[in-house]
Design a binder for this molecule. Structure first.
Ligand code: ATP
Ligand code: FE
Length: 360
């Protein structure tokens, strides 16, 4: 069967048609980065307007890319219903529900974080095997930084989360501090700049080193980077860190990234050891998911850690780590497979959507 998936939880309007075997038949995505860039972050009202302006075109483009003419040609419809920006979620959800009712199609209200996680289970080529439950997930995105034990569809337990900022936010704030363009998220620009810098040039402290749990904290590292950058600016006789010479900014970006990832490695290693000790579960698979999983340095370092501990690692291709329509379609496919669909006439979206909340 085929599913039309729609995503509008933040600043990307995405749609895709995916077949139940994981084949992506058609995709369309409208990024709003140029709209939010001048504001230094996503402006919800502008995001909603942009979703409204693009949603019909994006859905039609995805259908046409799949060789279809309308939503009548798919077998089911899925859409992100939370968590995310409420007024943005509503745009995609309203469109998807209207299509489901009009064409009398099964409907799935998708949990955005579960959708990020399930992207690690999408069969990327028919020859390779699929990640099976149970597994450990490291979700690093714009709004979340979590370690989860995933035992089934709709069955994900948070083992650790962040006390303050997410890893994606830490990247975004570092980008802003250094005066880099942050329209589509600061991560890619910080990663690019970091390639030209020395990751050991500026000593920064790794967060929560003495805590024996699985939680994260990035606000301390953020302040640490800011303090150092402001001192360097003062010493260099420039007004703000954004005016620092390029090589120093590159060193700051590289050093930030190095320590931010060290924090991830330390928490992840703990989680792996804990799960290895739970003999009956025997979890030895990790899914690295969410927007920051597009980061090449993070991917390589987590790969090293997994090799060291003999774990299997599953990471979606970079373009499928950040928000897009395929994730909604695939999560809906997974839900339909376990006979879990929703009533399209219930108009709710969920700005907050804890994993504990059972699906209807
Ligand atoms: P959530 O999924 O938690 O609701 P979101 O949907 O806004 O949040 P995603 O789209 O999953 O977040 O990810 C966006 C985040 O990923 C941004 O913070 C962005 O800076 C970060 N990101 C994207 N690419 C990279 C990269 N190459 N390196 C580091 N961070 C990146
Ligand atoms: Fe996301």
């Amino acid at each position: 069967f085929t599913v039309l998936g729609i995503e509008s939880s933040c600043d990307d309007t995405g749609a895709a048609v995916v077949r139940s075997d994981g084949t992506i038949l058609g995709e369309a995505l409208a990024s709003q980065s140029h709209i939010h860039a001048p504001w230094g972050g996503v402006v919800p009202g502008l995001a909603k307007e942009a979703h409204e302006a693009e949603i019909d075109r994006i859905v039609q483009e995805a259908l046409e890319a799949a060789g279809m003419t309308s939503a009548a040609d798919v077998d089911a419809i899925g859409v992100t219903v939370g968590p995310g920006l409420e007024i943005c979620l509503r745009v995609g959800a309203t469109k998807a529900r209207a299509l489901a009712v009009e064409h009398e199609k099964p409907f799935v209200g998708v949990h955005h974080l579960e959708a990020h996680i399930l992207m690690a289970r999408l069969p990327y080529d028919s020859a390779s095997k699929q990640l099976g439950f149970p597994f450990l997930a490291l979700l690093v995105s714009g709004g979340h930084c979590q370690l989860l034990k995933c035992t089934g569809i709709g069955n994900m337990t948070v083992l650790g989360g962040t006390f303050d900022d997410s890893l994606g936010e830490a990247y975004d704030k570092t980008a802003r501090l250094l005066g880099l363009p942050v329209g589509g998220g600061g991560g890619p620009v910080v990663e690019r700049l970091a390639r030209e810098g020395d990751p050991t040039a500026i000593p920064l402290s790794v967060p929560l080193q003495s805590r024996k749990d699985l939680d994260f904290s990035y606000s301390g590292l953020k302040s640490n980077v800011r303090r150092v950058a402001e001192r360097l600016a003062k010493e260099g006789g420039v007004e703000t860190p954004a005016n620092l010479p390029h090589p120093i900014k590159a060193n700051l970006a590289a050093s930030f990234q190095h320590v931010a990832i060290q924090h991830v490695e330390q928490r992840l290693r703990r989680a792996m050891i804990l799960l290895e000790e739970e003999e009956e579960e025997g979890i030895r698979s990790l899914a690295l998911v969410g927007g920051v999983a597009a980061n090449q340095v993070l991917r390589t370092r987590i790969e090293g850690l997994c090799k060291q501990r003999s774990w299997d690692l599953w990471i979606p291709p970079p373009r499928l780590c950040t928000d897009q329509g395929t994730m909604s379609a695939w999560a809906a496919i997974e839900r339909i497979r376990v006979q879990s669909t929703d009533d399209p006439t219930i108009p709710d979206v969920y700005a907050r959507y804890p994993f504990a909340q059972p699906f209807s």
